[in-house]
Design a protein around this ligand. Structure first.
Ligand SMILES: NC(=O)N[C@H]1NC(=O)NC1=O
Ligand SMILES: [Zn+2]
Ligand SMILES: [Zn+2]
Length: 575
């Protein structure tokens, strides 16, 4: 069972404000803080109009939002809440959702409040993508924070957790995390957190791992096979076992790329096999690789059970492709009480090996996209609740390394590029399986927010951050060259050329309208999310959090625990 501690996030707001203006902003923020406190205790010291005015000045000066309102209501006939879909309105004040009401209970607006009526469009929690490689710093020519987070915003993703590899250096130390933080500063259009890397060099060095966790990574990530990145070597079960012991103290998860290199390639004569044929590539990474890795992982995930040496840690298997034996092992371990979860990605749900044409290396990824019957099984597992969540595994590179003209599947970069399209892809390909809007919110927002320790994200609920996507499930579009694509290299995206349903109209991050119909806010005001464990009574940061939600199956919706959480929420501190 994964026990999520009360892991708060010290969020460093990065408004772009000129120096001469900073005194005013300082005063303003102090007033805002007072207002937030007053709001909690029902002692409001300032009139709504004054706040609206002050907020409008800051927002219009800083360019953080396309909408300069402090207090507004988002209306719609289809608002996806944890309690179902309602017709009603979401009240936003500053960064937060302050109420969610049904149409019948809505009393209209008071002076100074604005209403944005989205009619029949769907209002859903913004997506939380826990698996994206933005490659910044070091390989920003592959993607980068500005382009990646613009693409995220245009796709309805409001929080993105960046992987520790493909950037240079990899995020495996406090120094490299510091470089990440610098690279992201004033460059992110959505909120961004960071996973740290668990590699052989730090796995047995608990103080180095602790330092990285103290510095704010939301958890760790490791590979059980070569990652393709020199400064991110693979780990084995011993490294992972050690990592879990440290993570247990911090109540943070380990994400694992679960493939182990078997000698299957040795049966192939790569001189005679056609490297442009997708089936050749598929043969080099059979499901047995995933199965072998997961079998080995389960020898250490048993430590995460209640009473185990790593109780409090959690292991999350990223991008599952094999929906047969590998998935069976995962199901069994969950039944046994291992604190374990699993994600898959839109490309495994959308594509099949049979349809990948010779030389079309846009589709090369690891583990590979398998045959049509596997895709059916993946959908069954997702719909049946055995796959917990979705992520993009957006892993782009430069077109030259995709070897598009050469078409050599064995030498091309492995990674799918599609960050901006994950919502319409999941929806378009899921319709025939009966995917609901509530399921999309669960797989793309609620559960990923929990894995990343983001208690104020992932749901449209009072007290949460106003991270919201507005989209039209019935609007269809073609991903042609005319379509506004914000990922850096659209030519390598496997989704280009497809017709999809589900157009994103608008994206709100922390109350800021950061994207609207092809236009982004002028300034990049996403905040960096750094984990901190804090003693709620003393305000001091501690390793073992005071509020321990011994929950649980961390995916359950236990009302009693939610109540406890609501109480604790008032202590959340941000700076
Ligand atoms: N290094 C890296 O991003 N690898 C990713 N690409 C991919 O297809 N699978 C991965 O794990
Ligand atoms: Zn991976
Ligand atoms: Zn990845």
């Amino acid at each position: 069972m994964f026990v999520f501690g009360k892991q708060d996030c010290a969020r460093s707001d990065r408004f772009s404000v000129e120096a001469s203006y900073s005194a005013f902003v300082g005063t303003y923020r102090a007033l805002m803080l007072y207002h937030a406190l007053a709001l909690n205790t029902q002692r409001r010291g300032f009139s709504e109009l004054k706040w609206t005015f002050l907020f409008a000045i800051e927002v219009s000066r800083s360019g953080c939002s396309l909408l300069p309102h402090y207090h507004y209501w988002i209306k719609s006939k289809r608002i996806v809440t944890p309690d179902g879909i309602i017709s009603g309105a979401v009240e936003v004040k500053g960064k937060f959702i302050t109420s969610v009401v049904t149409e019948n209970d809505w009393r209209g607006t008071s002076k100074g409040e604005q209403v944005i009526d989205y009619g029949e469009a769907v209002v859903m929690p913004g997506l939380v993508d826990v698996h994206a490689h933005l490659d910044d710093p070091g390989r920003a020519d592959w993607e980068g924070f500005p382009s990646g987070t613009k693409a995220a915003a245009a796709g309805g993703i409001t929080t993105l957790i960046d992987m520790p590899l493909n950037s240079f250096p990899s995020t495996t130390s406090t120094e490299s995390l510091e470089l990440k933080i610098k690279a992201a500063e004033k460059n992110i259009y959505v909120d961004v957190g960071f996973w740290g890397g668990l590699v052989p060099e730090n796995a047995f060095n608990s103080s180095a791992l602790e330092a990285l966790l103290e510095a704010g990574v939301l958890g760790l990530k490791s590979f059980m096979c070569p990652s393709g990145i020199n400064d991110f070597p693979m780990t084995n079960a011993n490294h992972i076992k050690e990592g879990l012991l440290v993570l247990a103290k911090y109540r943070r998860p380990l994400l694992v790329h679960a493939e182990i290199q078997l000698d299957s390639e040795s049966h192939l004569d790569l001189n005679t096999e056609d490297a442009r044929s997708y089936s050749t590539y598929l043969k080099t990474r059979p499901p047995a690789w995933e199965e072998a890795a997961i079998r080995e992982l389960l020898t250490v995930t048993k430590d995460t059970r209640i009473g185990g040496s790593a109780e409090g840690a959690h292991l999350h298997i990223v991008h599952l492709s094999d929906a047969s034996s590998s998935l069976d092992l995962i199901k069994e371990a969950k039944v046994n009480g291992d604190s374990l979860s699993v994600e898959t990605c839109p490309h495994y749900l959308a594509f099949t090996a049979e349809e990948i044409e010779d030389g079309d290396t846009r589709f090369k990824c690891a583990p590979p996209i398998r045959d049509a019957s596997n895709r059916e099984k993946l959908w069954d597992a997702l719909m049946g609740g055995h796959i917990d969540m979705l992520s993009s595994d957006h892993s782009p590179t430069v077109p030259e390394l995709k070897l598009l003209s050469d078409g050599n599947f064995l030498r091309a970069w492995g990674g799918i590029s599609g960050l901006q399209f994950v919502l319409p892809v999941t929806w378009s390909y899921g319709k025939k399986y009966g995917v609901t809007l509530e399921q999309l919110a669960l797989w793309w927002s609620e559960r990923p927010a929990k894995i990343a320790g983001q208690k104020l994200k992932g749901a449209i609920a009072s007290g949460n951050f106003a991270d919201i996507v507005i989209w039209d499930p019935s609007a269809e579009f073609d991903l042609t060259n005319e379509y506004p694509v914000y990922i850096k290299h659209p030519s390598i995206s496997a989704y280009m050329g497809r017709r999809l349903a589900g157009k994103v109209f608008a994206t709100f991050v922390g109350g800021n309208l950061v994207y609207k119909e092809g236009k982004h806010a002028a300034a990049a005001c996403g905040v960096q999310i750094l984990a901190k464990n804090m003693n709620k009574l003393t305000g001091l940061f501690i390793k073992r959090p005071l509020y321990i939600f011994r929950s649980m199956d961390y995916l359950s919706k236990d009302k009693a625990k939610e109540t406890k959480f609501h109480t604790a929420r008032r202590f959340v501190v941000r700076n």
